[in-house]
Design a protein around this ligand. Structure first.
Ligand code: UT7
Length: 333
């Protein structure tokens, strides 16, 4: 689905992120399943990930990230008109995690709802919020990618448990004033023929929570990694190219690419295909692993706060996940 031009421009006014304190290293994982630091680093680039405490829910991670984004934007929670949380690990099936966030941060005026688009969720939320602001429905929005993937990880399965982590990232979007940055182009795509490649098969209406289903780990993530890998490279490359072209940029114009943080080999392959040098591609998966909807959001915040780009620079965000889904955004910062 492509972007259409719109008179009102929408900018990113602030970003924030939060990761839990507890670090789970590759060494520690090697004592839990038959794996090694060497295998995990070579195949994925991941060195450690964060694990939320039992009493720390997705909404808590989301709220902490949101408050930092609000602070950077110079706005109060009470000013926020819309909250969208992208997550596959909501606090509860209903109500939406965004409703808990609304209460926790005190954004009493905000309309709040969740979206489920897995690792592409934060960029789906960006597109939805951008459109609702540019259409005049809302003045601003808080978009958040937040996950507690440790609750849907099969800790006996070495092929998946080494990959995932917990965390949250947020951004405040608002109408841009003249001369400010803007979300220039966005792209979203889905292929529902490939739902089986990456899924949590149980816990929904198809295979409800029963003791038997839980014993079979149907409430945890399963993935056909090799297949997903190939499609991730192709779809993310295509989505990034589309927004770059629509923005009227070339690879040389891009100060920073912020890709989904699933596998360093996927990131390197995309950088290569887009002809963007590796030093202009932001990577933090070594510290956090794959945090699904939170990954691009956390990376955006860290890139922003560490000066990977500055006002006026061109940046590209691109993600890929279960669905299968993919999305990209071109932003003039
Ligand atoms: O976030 C949504 C999008 N997700 C992705 O984009 C993930 C895409 N996929 C991947 O990143 C990679 O496919 C993985 C990291 C998941 C796996 O890497 P791979 O290079 O595709 O490995 P593989 O699955 O082909 O497995 C290679 C070997 C197998 O052994 P045999 O059959 O060759 O003897 C596995 O059993 O590595 C074995 N293996 C492990 N060995 C040690 C699998 N997991 C582990 C492990 N430690 N943790």
């Amino acid at each position: 689905m492509s972007d259409q031009s719109s008179a009102i421009e929408v900018c990113v006014a602030g970003t924030g992120s939060y990761v839990p304190e507890r670090i789970l290293s590759n060494e520690e994982l090697s004592t839990m399943v038959d794996t090694s630091d060497e295998w995990i680093v070579t195949r994925t680039g991941i060195r450690e990930r964060r694990i939320a405490a039992d009493d720390e829910f997705t909404s808590h991670l989301a709220s902490k990230a949101a408050l930092k984004a609000l602070e950077q934007a110079g706005m109060q929670a009470a000013d926020i008109e819309l909250i969208i949380v992208a997550t596959i690990t909501p606090d509860t099936p209903t109500p939406a995690t965004a409703c808990y966030v609304q209460q926790q941060i005190g954004a009493a005026r905000a309309v709040a709802f969740d979206i489920s688009a897995a690792c592409s969720g934060f960029l789906y939320a960006m597109k939805i919020a951008k459109r609702l602001i540019s259409d005049g429905a809302f003045q601003n929005a808080l978009i958040i990618g937040a996950e507690k993937l440790s609750t849907v990880t099969n800790w006996d399965d070495r092929s998946t448990c080494v990959l995932f982590g917990d965390g949250a990232g947020a951004a405040v979007l608002r109408r841009a004033e003249a001369g400010e940055g803007a979300i220039v182009a966005t792209e979203m795509g889905t292929d529902g023929n490939l739902t089986h490649l990456l899924e949590i098969p149980g816990g929904g209406s198809a295979k409800p929570i029963t003791a038997e289903n839980v014993n079979q780990h149907l409430h945890t993530l399963s993935m056909q990694g090799r297949e997903v890998f190939k499609i991730a490279v192709t779809r993310m490359k295509e989505a990034a190219e589309k927004v770059i072209e629509r923005a009227g940029w070339s690879a040389d114009d891009i100060a920073c690419v912020i890709p989904h943080q699933a596998n360093l080999r996927i990131i390197d392959a995309i950088a290569d295909r887009l002809a963007v040098p590796n030093e202009r591609v932001f990577v933090n998966l070594d510290k956090y692993g794959n945090t699904s909807a939170a990954a691009v959001a956390i990376a955006l915040d860290e890139a922003n706060r560490t000066g990977a780009f500055k006002r006026g620079d061109h940046i590209v965000l691109v993600a890929f996940g279960a669905g299968l889904t993919w999305a990209a955004a071109a932003i003039r910062w």
